[in-house]
Design a protein around this ligand. Structure first.
Ligand code: PLP
Length: 400
């Protein structure tokens, strides 16, 4: 019998070697207590959180928490059923209405996660005879959605407008085409040139889907994302998003103005053949989304945090993923996994949590320390963070 696990041997060996060096496991940290969106207790120690997707700090918002508790009391802990059977409660309709209002769009469909939203929408609308043209750095859920739908997958170089155009022009006349883009790419925190890419896609007869997972709530005048900020939201056919980042809970969605959109509720397996989100989750999401509509002050503060951290890290001598701050994610590029893990641990010992990211999640084989800011990080905390980076960077030899 051949061992189906033997394909994982290289990763098992790499992981063992890293842990044998005595380093804390960077992929097994426990949050023993979470005190706020920006502070937790880890290994018994106060730790500033700079590696969550809690961009707008909604997880402890008193209205959001109260809505969840009320729904738990009134509707119970779960629906135990699919949206198309017994799993549509008034809260599911309310959160879909909140999304329609937030995006000013006609249709909204909620999934159990953002991952499932990409799987479901892409695999359902792009079938065997169709083409999906996607940025090579797309999230795993986008690739998996393509694989499930049997469409021809045509990747193009990251954020390269000419490469996108060339790929589109090679597709046979009359074939169905879906261009899949992300607003913010989550590894380096860079934004897509959506204005140009949406124009090129439309000129070549393609529909456009934009995953705005990392921009919702923060980027754009109303927090609708990069498509809004670049003035092309009306030309985007489908926006995918998640409740697991700025909204502060769990769930995924697609919003659209497509007149036939509602049929997806009957043909999309990832919506039909799974239980719907618990009432407490949709209640927290709806409350959070409505509050995000009125969060211009928090958006402005988050931009300030992003600019200050980017400038400060650069000044300390770190190499960053973008020349300018483009989002709430600032990626610090490490020379290799060993150095990255050592720096990650030194930061943790200082009292700072960031994400250690490594291939295959990262582009071009990079090891990254991904910092994601929150609108509730105070000016003092950003100062503390920079002090910790300076100390850990010097202790590990990452900076001089
Ligand atoms: C671009 C992108 N799309 C989708 C997802 C999936 O979101 P969820 O956590 O809701 O499954 C993520 C998660 O990190 C993401 O980065």
């Amino acid at each position: 019998m051949s061992d189906l696990f033997s394909k994982f041997d290289p990763l098992i060996e790499q992981r063992s070697a890293l842990l044998e060096s005595g380093i804390t496991d960077p992929f097994n940290l426990v949050m023993e207590k979470v005190q706020s969106p920006t502070v937790a207790i880890c290994n018994g120690k106060r730790t500033i959180l700079l590696g969550t997707y809690n961009y707008m700090g909604m997880t402890f918002d008193s209205d959001v928490v109260a809505a969840g508790k009320k729904a738990l009391d009134e509707f119970g802990s779960g629906t135990t059923g699919s949206r198309v059977l017994n799993g549509t409660y008034s809260g599911h309709k309310a959160v879909e209405q909140a999304l329609k209002d937030f995006y000013a769009m006609d249709h909204a469909m909620v999934f159990s996660t953002g991952y499932q939203a990409n799987l479901g929408i892409i695999s359902t609308i792009a079938g065997k005879e169709d083409y999906v043209v996607l940025d090579i750095d797309s999230h795993a859920s986008i690739y998996d959605g393509c694989a499930m739908g049997n469409a021809q997958v045509v990747p193009f170089r990251h954020n390269d407008i000419d490469a996108l155009e060339k790929r589109l022009k090679r597709i046979p006349e009359g074939a169905g085409k879906l261009v899949v883009l992300e607003g913010v790419y989550s590894m380096l925190g860079d934004v897509a040139p959506l204005k140009e890419m949406v124009a090129v896609s439309k000129a070549n007869g393609a529909m456009v889907l934009v995953d705005e997972a990392h921009s919702m709530g923060f980027i754009g005048e109303h927090g609708r994302g990069v498509a809004e900020a670049q003035g092309v939201i009306d030309d985007v056919d489908f926006i995918i998003g998640t409740f697991s980042k700025s909204v502060g809970t769990v769930g995924g969605f697609c919003v659209s103005n497509h007149p036939k959109f509602e049929i997806l509720r009957l043909v999309c397996c990832h919506y039909v053949f799974t239980a719907s989100l618990p009432p407490s989750v949709v209640a927290t999401a709806a409350t959070s989304i409505r509050k995000l509509m009125d969060s211009a002050g928090k958006r402005a503060h988050l931009w300030e945090n992003s600019k200050r951290l980017h400038a400060g890290l650069r000044q300390l001598g770190f190499t960053l993923g973008t020349d300018e701050p483009q989002s709430a994610i600032i990626a610090v590029i490490m020379p290799d996994l060993e150095k990255g893990a050592a720096m990650w641990e030194a930061l943790l010992n200082e009292g700072l949590y960031v994400n250690l990211a490594r291939p295959p999640a990262t582009p071009a084989g990079m090891t990254l320390l991904r910092c994601s800011l929150c609108a509730l990080h105070s000016d003092e905390q950003v100062g503390e963070i920079l002090g910790m980076f300076a100390a850990a960077g010097r202790a590990t030899g990452c900076i001089s």
